[in-house]
Write a protein that binds this ligand. Structure first.
Ligand code: ADP
Ligand code: ADP
Length: 226
């Protein structure tokens, strides 16, 4: 069964904006799918529907072959946004463990997992630093670590590297690819304005068009790592 399945999904906001019209999408487990298209074509709306922030106006959606609400209860869906939103008064490690605390994961396990993901993104030495002591790229790394700590089935990333300089962007792209390749079970959905980034990272690219938001085409990218 596909991990994400949308059939005839439309979303009309209360303002009357038709954000999505008749979107059909099937994403198999383990794929890395990039979404590209002009501003306002509905990329964020698709992500919000998957995350459960709002319901579609019409159409059917299944996650992991289940009703979306059940799927969200049973397995983890993590989000990373463009602006790495860390709690400024909490140390790096506390920012990473907080979502696990909300899920009632025992303390020692939270700390072990947090240190493991911080190591993956090269920030183990900054566990006890405060966010303001970190650069923008390092904050984004913490944000990625936090999303990965709960070992999500599905990782939604909405332009995560948009605000970073080119060097940092490339480093983080490679870190993300490494993590995704290691754990073939994680599915990544990724919004980017950068077509080169989409080609570099993805197994397939969903190209959208606006007014109304639709999927124009889906392109398979040849496997980057044989
Ligand atoms: P993208 O992420 O591709 O830029 P969005 O999904 O954010 O596109 O938006 C799609 C369309 O829906 C846009 O026209 C946007 O202005 C509109 N829209 C998004 N969110 C809302 C909302 N909460 N209320 C009303 N209109 C919205
Ligand atoms: P982006 O294109 O960067 O994804 P969005 O268009 O999604 O940004 O807008 C960010 C926020 O503003 C979202 O929470 C969205 O719900 C809200 N929003 C976007 N467009 C509208 C709109 N036309 N009316 C009301 N809220 C909107």
């Amino acid at each position: 069964t596909p991990l994400v399945e949308m059939e005839g999904i439309s979303k009309i906001y209360q303002t009357g904006t038709i954000a999505l019209q008749d979107v059909n999408l099937r994403i198999p487990e383990g794929e890395f799918v990039s979404f590209v298209g002009p501003s306002g074509c509905g990329k964020s709306t698709i992500f919000r529907l998957i995350a459960g922030l709002g319901d579609p106006t019409s159409g059917t959606m299944r996650l992991m072959g289940m009703d979306p609400a059940d799927a969200r209860k049973q397995s983890d869906i993590s989000f990373v946004f463009q602006d790495a939103t860390l709690l400024p008064w909490c140390k790096v490690i506390d920012n990473v463990t907080l979502p696990m605390e909300l899920r009632k994961i025992p303390k020692q396990e939270r700390i072990d997992k947090a240190m493991h993901v911080l190591e993956m993104v090269g920030l183990q030495d900054y566990a006890h630093a405060l966010p303001r002591q970190l650069s923008g790229g390092m904050k984004m790394r913490v944000s990625i670590a936090r999303a990965l700590a709960s070992e999500p089935k599905l990782l939604l990333m909405d332009e995560p590297f948009g605000a970073l300089d080119e060097m940092t962007r490339q480093t983080l792209q490679d870190e993300l690819l490494g993590i995704w390749q290691k754990d073939k079970k994680m599915t990544v959905l990724f919004v980017t304005h950068n077509v080169f980034e989409a080609v570099y990272l993805s197994t397939s690219i969903v190209v959208m068009s606006a007014r109304p938001g639709k999927i124009a085409e889906t392109i398979s990218v040849p496997v980057p790592f044989p």
